[in-house]
Design a protein around this ligand. Structure first.
Ligand code: ASP
Length: 582
């Protein structure tokens, strides 16, 4: 080895030792008689000391070294006179006797510090320099730990990690596929997997009754902040299970990761139906770190002469505790906030329950104090609280109020990244009607089974059928989702029919699965977790990019290797992709 110790390792006990360190020059300080260099590697920083009086040549040499030079130094560990309690190695320094420049470096385009001066795009272009920064490296360490603990836990539970292919077959359901042209088979294409869904189900037919895989998936979706065209799932499937068996197995994984990675022991998982999640939180992934549940005011507020409420399908509100002292300006600003196109509410009604017990509302003309007191009771509001009310078409109003609830939660400091609220959302609708296509789409995917008690509705009222599907939600983030699958091929064929597939189309696209189901498919179900997202959540960040070593930017480009990029005409020819006549 070119070193005897790392830069994060030496302590007071090591004083007097002769050591060799290697690393990057983080920073140097020239104090006239003395020069100090902080040497950095993956493990930390160690201060190197050079004394002009005792070794002028070496000191001069040290002064000539630039940032990010790769150095090897030999020297003796000494106690520092000026200790730095903020650094693990802050009690010692190395009195250097020899420096070898292993490699000089150009000045980096941004400072390699915790608070760097480099903007996003620049850091992505030089991601290998960005990763030298503690915060980015720590994120990769967290990701590694998550992966190791996931493998340990699932393997201990009897899950087998099986790799599934990356070059597969395109299916038009779900998101858009990335296609890979075949050179050998002219005019034919592979697709990159959006998930190993059908393969894991085939593994269940194959008798591998507990499968998992930490696996790359690919979706060619439209650009949105914090979307990556390639991302990683913890993909899982189990045979001979009911929904509750699956939920329990993966609560176990959740608890294990909380304990091993976050050191948190007291995690529990609540359950809520999709219908209740929408009704009380206006979201299918509610943030339950705080309450502020919706209160339906239809019975109390309609037919009292206020047109806006009377015309609405739903009048619904939240109670913001302690906000009765909001000023006119704050309320106007909140009204503008809900009116933004992203939120889409027409207006906002407020009722202040003043500290002295009186009411002041934006609808005082229509409702007297006794009526408002009735509302306050429904909200469980106390003097000092502020009730915020929206009205309109049910779905849109619930969603808008859901956004307002999150915003108020944020403003009131109720969304602490170090508090965790875990939840299963269950009983999603099986199908979603698409106005444009005039057909149903599977809300989860076409292999999800209906709840047994709703199965008969599939022929009569498909829109009403609830799915045996579930999402794991932590702090308002959808961490994973899955379902109990259809394992009876006649029901699977029926499902394709409801989704508008002709029997030939179903056979063409999914024949391999339908056929396999004829050879003894066990009842099965599973789930897939967004691994990048889970890492980001545990790392206290909103951005999955921070937890991917070499991510793509918001325009789906890798700006470091400059991809996607044009290719040689010769390559296009081999792939039969060149337009004839060019
Ligand atoms: N394959 C599904 C997905 O990627 C998850 C599952 O149903 O297991 O969303």
């Amino acid at each position: 080895m070119l070193r005897t110790h790392t830069c994060g390792e030496l302590r007071l006990e090591d004083v007097g030792k002769e050591v060799v360190l290697a690393g990057w020059l983080q920073r140097s300080r020239d104090l006239g008689g003395m020069t100090f260099i902080d040497l950095r590697d993956r493990y930390g920083l160690t201060q190197l000391a050079f004394n002009m009086e005792t070794n002028a040549t070496l000191c001069e040499q040290a002064r000539g070294l630039g940032r990010e030079y790769v150095l090897q130094v030999r020297g003796a560990v000494a106690e520092r006179s000026n200790k730095n309690p903020k650094m693990p190695t802050g009690d010692i320094e190395i009195i250097v006797s020899e420096i070898v420049v292993l490699n000089p470096a150009q000045t980096p385009p941004f400072t390699i510090e915790e608070n760097t001066d480099g903007g996003d795009e620049l850091r992505m272009k030089y991601r290998y320099l960005d990763i030298r920064r503690n915060s980015v490296r720590r994120n990769l360490e967290l990701r590694h730990k998550m992966a190791v603990e996931t493998r340990n836990y699932l393997s201990d539970q009897g899950f087998l990690e099986v790799e599934t292919p990356v070059l597969i077959k395109s299916t038009p359901e779900g998101a858009r596929d990335f296609l890979v042209p075949s050179r050998i088979h002219e005019g034919q294409f592979y697709a990159l997997p959006q998930s190993p869904q059908t393969f894991k189900q085939l593994l269940m037919v194959a008798g591998i009754d507990r499968y998992f895989q930490i696996v790359k998936c690919f979706r060619d979706e439209d650009l949105r902040a914090d979307r990556q065209p390639e991302f990683t799932q913890i993909d899982c499937e189990m045979s001979f299970v009911t929904r509750d068996d699956v939920l329990e197995a993966f609560e176990g994984l959740g608890k294990h990761l909380f304990k091993k990675v976050k050191g948190i022991d007291n995690i529990s998982f609540d359950r809520i139906s999709y219908a209740d999640a929408m009704k009380y939180y206006g979201s299918d992934k509610p943030d339950t770190r705080f309450g502020m549940r919706f209160v339906d005011l239809n019975a109390l507020a309609q037919n009292k002469g206020f047109q806006v409420f009377d015309d609405a399908e739903l009048v619904v509100g939240i109670n913001a505790e302690g906000c009765a002292d909001y000023t006119r300006k704050q309320l106007d600003e909140l009204t503008d906030w809900v009116r933004r196109p992203q939120i889409g509410a027409k207006g906002l009604v407020y009722v202040k329950y003043n500290a002295d017990g009186s009411f002041k509302s934006s609808v005082d003309k229509f409702f007297d104090a006794a009526q408002l007191a009735g509302w306050a009771e429904a909200f469980g509001a106390r003097p000092g609280d502020l009730m915020l009310i929206l009205a309109g078409e049910t779905n849109a109003t619930q969603k808008a109020l859901g956004e307002l609830r999150l915003e108020m939660g944020k403003r009131l400091g109720l969304r602490d990244p170090n508090t965790f609220a875990c939840l299963w959302v269950v009983e999603f609708p099986l199908l979603e009607w698409d106005e444009e296509a005039q057909r149903f789409f599977a809300m989860h995917h076409p292999f999800t089974s209906p709840l047994p008690e709703d199965a008969a509705l599939l022929s009569t009222d498909p829109g009403k059928v609830r799915a045996n599907a579930y999402d794991m939600v932590i702090n308002g983030v959808e961490i994973g989702g899955g379902s109990i699958r259809i394992f009876d091929w006649t029901l699977q064929e029926k499902m394709f029919e409801v989704l508008g597939f002709s029997p030939e189309e179903a056979q063409n696209q999914f024949g391999f699965l339908l056929n396999a189901f004829r050879y003894g498919a066990p009842p099965h179900g599973g789930i897939a977790f967004g691994f990048d997202r889970w890492c980001a959540l545990f790392g206290g960040s909103d951005s999955i990019r921070d937890f991917i070593a070499f991510p793509k930017n918001n325009a789906a480009r890798d700006v470091m290797i400059d991809s996607p990029s044009p290719v040689d005409v010769k390559q296009l020819d081999e792939l039969h992709l060149r337009l004839k006549g060019l």
